[in-house]
Design a protein around this ligand. Structure first.
Ligand code: PFF
Length: 462
């Protein structure tokens, strides 16, 4: 089935950073605060962390085991590991469809970050602050995202950048890139968190994020937390499965999964520590503002904390948005890679031709998503704008469905010896709690996902 030699990641650090590069992105810095704000704050965070531990980690390890064992893209991996059992092949195909839909709306937001870094480069935020109008950042955001040509131009630019890196290949493109950028982003986030804590709404913001109000929990909140966990960890479409197919044999899968989930969760929580103090410091701003939250709250931090310092007030916004562009890029690359690897290996196309096809389809879908926020606002599905529908359908339903079947496949279908060999590198390293892990994989993760779905559908009385 495989015709060409597959690339390999060169170093273990590179593996963790590339996988974390896929996981860490707009999901942590844009979507996590948005969802936390809309779902009541700390109670959401608590359920989110439970979802990461009980559902996310077992599914992540499953993707790693399947990918490395099969040495193939997500769809081919199931064909290799379950020959003749056609029903499993749909997991890979579902992943490709889900990935295409996510990439399409994600790319729109990535385009916004690119616009914001260009705006910062031209000192735009400082100039906006001079107007003294407290709504200036909200107005800028609204007028940009509902525009027709500009956001589309940015999303096309972003998609082409992703395309170029995917075509360059695994090691040269992705690994080199992630090694440099991830640590830089992390440091800047810590600095910004420190700054946000000096704002007057800091205490209220921290209370919102860390002091749970359990009356806020309802089935929708639990579904959102599960969806956010899958989205943020890049699970359910075989993305980490595809990455693991490039892992070498001596990589410790358990450690890698813990490191990736740990880094990802830390970045999300730090993003919350940056955003909510700012939200509660700006008069009239609410945590429930949705997708604009990050794009409006952050310029307020820049203005309030660095306003009197000419160099910093110029440099910090630019650096932040630039790094956000890069964090988004490492995620868009990973989604593009899943789809490209599938098309090129299953349909025997060259990498370049496959990538070009994926890029073209995604540009068309992204454009529709972007226009649905403005000129095309009447294009709705189930009462949702196209952009919102793509987000809702993929994160809350399609990713967990993918994760459910991946857990079932690894837990019930794959030979136990394969699981053991993959987790212990054929007995050469230790893996503590294999039985507990099997229990999580076979029972807790699939049943947990199922119960959350049934609860949301109103078929349970929780
Ligand atoms: N995990 C990425 C983020 O948090 O930004 C988004 C993502 C990447 C989702 C890859 C799914 C995926 F397969």
């Amino acid at each position: 089935m495989e015709t060409k030699p597959r690339g390999k990641f060169a170093s273990k650090l590179g593996i963790i950073l590339a996988s974390a590069g896929s996981a860490v992105g707009l999901g942590n810095i844009w979507r996590f605060p948005t969802e936390t704000g809309e779902n009541g704050g700390a109670a959401f965070l608590l359920i989110y962390i439970c979802c990461i531990l009980l559902l996310g980690l077992p599914v992540m390890l499953s993707e790693f085991m399947i990918g490395r064992h099969a040495h193939a893209n997500a769809a081919t991996a199931f064909e290799k590991l379950a020959p003749g059992k056609k029903q499993w092949h749909w997991i890979g195909r579902l992943g490709v469809v889900t990935g295409t839909m996510i990439l399409s709306f994600y790319n729109v937001v990535a385009g916004w970050t690119a616009n914001y870094s260009v705006c910062a480069l031209g000192n735009g935020f400082n100039r906006m602050s001079e107007s003294g109008d407290p709504k200036v950042f909200t107005d800028y955001f609204n007028s940009f995202v509902t525009g027709t040509y500009e956001p589309v131009a940015y999303l096309i630019g972003f998609m082409l950048l992703t395309h170029i890196i995917v075509v360059l290949g695994v090691e040269k493109g992705i690994e080199r890139f992630s090694k440099l950028m991830m640590p830089l982003l992390f440091i800047l986030l810590l600095v910004l968190a420190g700054c946000a804590l000096t704002m007057e709404g800091a205490a209220e913001g921290l209370r919102f994020l860390f002091q749970p109000d359990f009356s806020k929990i309802d089935p929708g909140v639990v579904l959102s937390a599960m969806g956010q966990a899958f989205f943020s960890l890049s699970l359910g479409i075989g993305c980490l499965c595809t990455y693991a197919s490039y892992f070498k044999e001596d990589v410790n899968l358990g450690k890698t999964a813990f490191s990736v989930a740990g880094i990802d969760t830390m970045v999300a929580v730090i993003a919350g520590i940056i955003i909510f103090p700012a939200v509660f410091s700006v008069p009239g701003m609410e945590p429930t503002e949705g997708p604009k939250l990050v794009f409006v709250a952050l310029p307020h931090i820049f203005k309030d904390v660095f306003g009197g310092l000419p160099l910093l007030s110029y440099l910090v916004p630019f650096l932040f948005y630039f790094l956000l562009v890069l964090a988004s890029l490492t995620s868009t690359i990973s989604m593009h890679e899943v789809i490209t690897a599938y098309i090129s290996e299953v349909h025997h196309l060259s990498r370049k031709a496959a990538a070009t096809l994926v890029t073209t389809i995604c540009i068309v879908l992204s454009t529709l998503c972007s226009l649905s926020l403005g000129a095309g606002s009447e294009w709705t599905i189930g009462g949702m704008m196209l952009f919102d529908f793509f987000d809702y359908a993929t994160a809350k339903w399609m990713l967990p469905v993918g994760g459910f079947f991946i857990a079932i496949f690894a837990g019930w279908f794959l030979n136990r010896q394969i699981l053991w060999d993959e987790l212990t590198n054929k007995g050469s390293i230790r893996f503590y709690g294999f039985k507990a892990f099997l229990f999580l994989l076979r029972f807790v993760a699939p049943l947990g996902i199922l119960l959350i779905f049934l609860n949301e559908l109103g078929w349970l009385a929780f």
